[in-house]
Ligand binder design. Structure first.
Ligand SMILES: Cc1ncc(COP(=O)(O)O)c(C=O)c1O
Length: 396
């Protein structure tokens, strides 16, 4: 008989479910809060300590997590196709952990120029202080043959990228990284595992801000790093331990609850975002360009169709013949969209993309203000009405 392989959505729903104990089991993993782990004997303590030292994700102290964290790690492992998952107190902490764990003084890291801004603004100065050299490449201009160096140990990418959703050829970049003896890490917050699985496309490390779609309810901060390779997992675990990174059990439990409905929420976000993106694409009087890889006219559409399983609720657009003040008047006029920096929750948000961040992207040189929408789960007709009234307001 062929081996039965359930669909990803099925596996993610059941991963980490508690085992039967005395003939019954709860549906949900218990919320276990503790700082102290008790042992029935010193021999048990020593055996668990030994297993932990050998790289197993077992807890001998609260900082290592509890059954709640193990259940979340199992679910995220299914989501990313990973063997090892490390939780971090924010998405940014997960990214910083990856850089610190995998780079040493004298190493060079090559970073895609359109990644999440704080990689450049916060992590680069920290790592440069520790003797790591940073440089950037424009992924839309082909593979970074001229930028790679003999000491490049890590290539860092994000597909689709922040604000403009530049889709990159990750399998080609992975082959390039391997050829040059570098690891490839990818920020997978956009794809969240349901829409995209970088480890299947050749990346060595996949990172998510759990804060966004996995949480889904704008009520927690968290990050995760997922890897297949045991040695890379070990390096990450050692640094994770040294940094004392720890996630509260309540947040881990909430994140696990988010995982269970992730696929169905993302499908709805995509339906609503496509509706909004098509409206914006037709609103040519106000809109110069829409950025959404699921639109056939988007430059990343073909790669997105090849490598992704869907799109999410993030849609950006450039205003036509407008200055920053017009963009500010537009977002101020919105009633249903809140003004906010985050995304991935159930609610709709709007944010003017900081010009300083767009200026770092090799793909966008026009200078026109860009508004990023996170299209939430409100009725899409109501969202379009809100956008239309805001356009009408700035036209006056
Ligand atoms: C693509 C991406 N990666 C990482 C992060 C950082 O996540 P957190 O806010 O949880 O630190 C964000 C946050 O906006 C993000 O958009």
């Amino acid at each position: 008989m062929p081996e039965r392989r359930d669909h990803l959505h099925t596996r993610v729903l059941h991963a980490g479910a508690p085992a039967f104990d005395g003939g019954t089991a709860p549906v949900n993993a218990p919320l276990v809060r503790t700082s102290t782990v008790r042992f029935d004997s010193d021999a048990t303590r020593a055996a668990l300590h030994h297993r932990r030292e050998a790289g197993e994700a077992v807890a001998t102290y609260g900082r290592h997590g509890t059954a709640t964290h193990r259940a979340l790690e199992a679910a995220l492992g299914e989501l990313e196709g990973a063997e090892h998952v490390l939780l971090a107190p924010s998405g940014l902490a997960a990214v910083t952990l990856t850089f610190i764990a995998l780079l040493s003084p004298g190493d060079h890291v090559l970073v895609q120029d359109s990644v999440y801004g704080p990689v450049r603004e916060r992590i680069e100065p920290l790592l440069e202080r520790l003797g790591v050299a940073f440089s950037y490449f424009n992924a839309s201009a082909g593979l970074p043959h001229d930028a790679v160096r003999a000491n490049t140990r890590l290539i860092y990418a994000e597909s689709p990228s922040s604000f403009l959703y530049e889709v990159i050829d990750l399998p080609a970049l992975a082959a390039f990284a391997r050829q040059h003896g570098a690891l490839l890490a990818a920020d997978n917050t956009w794809g969240a595992g349901v829409l995209y699985r970088p480890l299947e496309r050749g990346a060595d490390i996949s990172i998510q801000a759990i804060t966004k779609y996995v949480s889904g309810h704008s009520d927690l901060m968290q990050g995760a790093v997922a890897v297949k390779d045991r040695d890379v997992g070990r390096r990450l675990r050692d640094t994770h331990e040294a940094l004392g990174l720890s996630v509260g059990a309540d947040d881990a439990w909430l994140a696990l609850r988010g995982v269970r409905t992730l696929a169905v929420r993302l499908a709805q976000h995509q339906r609503h975002a496509l509706h909004v993106a098509r409206y914006l694409a037709d609103t040519t009087g106000y809109v110069a360009r829409v950025f959404y890889p699921a639109l056939p006219e988007d430059p990343g559409h073909a790669l997105w169709q090849r490598d992704f399983h869907g799109a999410n609720g993030l849609v950006s657009f450039a205003l036509r013949n407008a200055a920053h003040a017009d963009a500010a008047a537009f977002v101020d006029a919105l009633r249903l969209f809140g003004i906010g920096a985050s995304w991935g929750g159930y609610e709709s948000l709007a944010l003017i993309a900081p010009a300083s961040r767009l200026a770092m992207h090799g793909v966008w040189r026009s200078g026109a203000p860009v508004v990023r929408l996170h299209v939430g789960l409100e009725d899409p007709g109501d969202l379009v009405d809100d956008l239309a009234q805001a356009f009408a307001r700035i036209a006056r």
